[in-house]
Write a protein that binds this ligand. Structure first.
Ligand code: HQG
Length: 183
């Protein structure tokens, strides 16, 4: 893992395997999203992205968004959020701060005002704790638009929130009435 782009390719591959397609590369994931490190390393090798245990530990520790977690004994790994395969992550349910933020792009806005934020392929709608992080999320798709979510008002009205260990807030949906576009 000498060059940063090598690390990025491996991180992308790990995300894809652990969140979306373990079955396509012979990796078994349990109901909480954990896979055996040995199986994951074999899948990396088969994909031409060789990685050893130390390289994997380094990648987990240096992931910019702390996307992965290793079990305390180092034998298992999981993605902490972002799955499309069914997993039960057991992130703690939390009372959210007054506002959370969602980064998106202009072309989705008409539908968002009509339907609110929906989870689509993922298990939850993902929200950020600050507008800058949300802008980074939106920028993946183009010029970012940041929406402010009246998260605490949602919570007092019965919506549930979970906090992922990497600081991403998760909820099931955000009706449009709780959304406001930031200038
Ligand atoms: C949009 C990355 C039309 C939504 C990021 C988003 C994040 C709607 C896209 C994490 C809509 C879904 C999640 C509606 C929502 N109509 N479009 N009603 N409701 N949308 O990728 O939040 O690098 O599933 O605005 O940093 O962009 O993977 O969600 O643009 O933390 O670790 O539909 O993924 O992290 O896109 O990103 P996504 P997201 P990782």
């Amino acid at each position: 893992m000498s060059r940063p782009d090598d690390a990025t390719a491996r991180s992308r591959f790990l995300s894809w395997v652990l969140r979306h397609a373990p079955h396509e590369v012979g990796v078994q994931v349990d109901e909480a999203g954990w896979a055996e490190v040995a199986e994951v390393l074999a899948a990396c090798h088969a994909r031409g992205l060789p990685l050893d245990r130390m390289g994997l530990a380094e990648l987990v520790a240096s992931s910019d968004k702390q996307r992965f977690a290793l079990s305390p004994d180092g034998r298992r790994i999981r993605a902490v959020q972002g799955h499309s395969i069914p997993v039960r992550l057991d992130h703690p349910e939390r009372e959210p701060p007054p506002c959370l933020y969602h980064g998106t792009v202009e072309r989705f806005l008409a539908e968002i005002w009509a339907q609110g934020l929906v989870k689509g392929q993922r298990h939850h709608v993902h929200l950020s704790a600050d507008p800058r992080t949300a802008a980074t999320v939106g920028r993946r798709r183009g010029r970012p638009v940041v929406l402010e979510v009246a998260a605490h008002a949602m919570w007092t009205e019965g919506h549930r929130f979970w906090l992922s260990p990497n600081g991403v807030w998760l909820t099931d949906e955000v009706p449009a009435r709780y959304l406001r576009r930031l200038p």
